[in-house]
Design a protein around this ligand. Structure first.
Ligand SMILES: *[C@@H]1O[C@H](CO)[C@@H](O)[C@H](O)[C@H]1NC(C)=O
Ligand SMILES: *[C@@H]1O[C@H](CO)[C@@H](O)[C@H](O)[C@H]1NC(C)=O
Length: 412
């Protein structure tokens, strides 16, 4: 009996060790902490798969637990006044510096878009709440954190359109005056899927001749920028990396467009391009846009082009059409559409499937003449900036936050 329990104990220990241990590169700092953190994400993802298989709750519904677990009620404190408002029908959390006596100077503003693959996340999660407060206190700026609606309940373009409506509403001179914001010093920013929305809305605004107030800057933190090639070198190198393995990113992309699993399967195989999107493959050609160090170990082959992806007829309004839409993939525009974009800050991480999306945008913006600050973290992993709250607080999150805010301080 005793022997039996020892066997069970050893088996349990080795199972746990096997489950937690992952071949994470040595260079990543706080490696064991990351493995432990990621084992939580992996367990939840397996649970979500199981739940969907059993027909209990769909995958994203279970994954949403991460968002719920970190949600807080944003409240005012000694330095920051926090209010929840609706801008053109869309929920926002507004952070304003508490008025200092006699201070009538106009302030800078940051419109912040949270990450979570368009399916998860909330402006009310504690890491975003903390980040907003830090920006307010360090820059004496107003932060507008947008609670856009999420997929799969609201597919593309709803999340994008919510963001667009908020930005358009905020950029009215009267609205800016109400919050003492300087119309010449407004940035849009976001991480991951939020970086995607920030890049997309920046492109849209500068195309509108009637738009009087324009953005001064865009700060994109490990942004998602294209859905056409899901086999870039960074997708290949980091397909099993913590926090955002390739399967999860592909899942986010497909859920953004449709709940039809055929698109997910096609995207996994990188065979989701149709004749309409294929003419745009040149804009995500990593053999042309990545520096040699990132591409040399890989041979370029253009993604396959197939008729009628996702079980739908070609030419209908649906995921095939969305694939080619720059509001979903901001990399898919010609250089002429990039030229007058606001100056950009782009953060990329070595151990991130999205690394090459960011680097390709750096290359393309620079060659179109846009001023770009590129900060690449050699030991960084996707989502790093979010890990500021105990017990999943990482040193790299602190460095990323400091550098990001420093850039805003100097450029906004
Ligand atoms: C990609 O770029 C390479 C040159 O770097 C070129 O030879 C190739 O034809 C391009 N392919 C596509 C699909 O644009
Ligand atoms: C790339 O192509 C070369 C020449 O055909 C080959 O020797 C090499 O193994 C290929 N590399 C990869 C990663 O497929």
């Amino acid at each position: 009996m005793r022997f039996g329990s020892i066997i069970v104990f050893v088996a349990l220990c080795s199972f746990t060790a096997y489950y937690i241990y992952e071949p994470i590169p040595e260079e990543i700092e706080e490696r064991w902490k990351l493995m432990l953190t990621n084992s939580f994400f992996r367990s939840l993802s397996h649970l979500a798969d199981l739940s969907e298989l059993l027909g209990l709750k769909d995958y994203m519904g279970v994954m949403y637990f991460i968002t719920l677990a970190e949600k807080v009620v944003p409240v005012s404190d000694e330095h920051v006044k926090v209010t929840e408002e609706k801008f053109d029908g869309v929920e926002v959390v507004l952070y304003q510096p508490k008025q200092k006596d006699g201070n009538t100077e106009l302030r800078r503003a940051v419109i912040y878009l949270h990450g979570g693959g368009w399916c998860l996340g909330s402006s009310r999660m504690s890491p975003y709440d903390l980040l907003a407060r830090k920006i307010v206190t360090e820059l004496d700026a107003v932060v507008l954190s947008v609670e856009y609606r999420l997929a799969p309940a609201h597919h593309f373009p709803v999340p994008y359109e919510d963001v667009y409506r908020v930005v358009k509403h905020f950029l009215h001179k009267g609205v800016l005056a109400q919050y003492s914001v300087d119309p010449g010093r407004i940035a849009v920013s976001g991480d991951s899927a939020g970086g995607n929305l920030a890049a997309a809305v920046s492109q849209q605004l500068q195309k509108e001749p009637g738009q009087q107030v324009q953005l001064k800057a865009q700060a994109l933190i490990y942004p998602v920028l294209q859905a056409l090639d899901l086999n870039t070198p960074s997708y290949q190198q980091n397909q099993d990396m913590p926090i955002l393995p390739r399967t999860l990113m592909v899942r986010f992309w497909s859920e953004y467009f449709t709940s039809d699993r055929a698109l997910f399967r096609a995207m996994m195989a990188n065979t989701h391009n149709n004749p309409e999107s294929s003419s745009l493959l040149k804009f995500v050609n990593w053999s042309a846009f990545l520096p040699e160090t990132y591409r040399r170990k890989y041979n370029y082959s253009a993604p396959a082009v197939v008729q009628g992806v996702g079980g739908e007829a070609v030419g209908t309004e649906g995921p095939s059409r969305s694939l080619a839409d720059p509001r979903a993939s901001p990399l898919l525009v010609p250089d002429t559409d990039l030229r007058s974009l606001p100056k950009a800050y782009i953060l990329t991480c070595e151990y991130d499937v999205l690394r090459d999306d960011g680097i390709m945008y750096v290359t393309r913006l620079r060659s179109a003449g846009v001023e770009v600050t590129h900060e690449h973290y050699d030991t960084g992993f996707h989502g790093g900036l979010m890990f500021t709250v105990w017990p999943t607080d990482f040193l790299i999150a602190r460095r990323m936050t400091e550098n990001y805010i420093k850039w805003l301080e100097e450029n906004l």
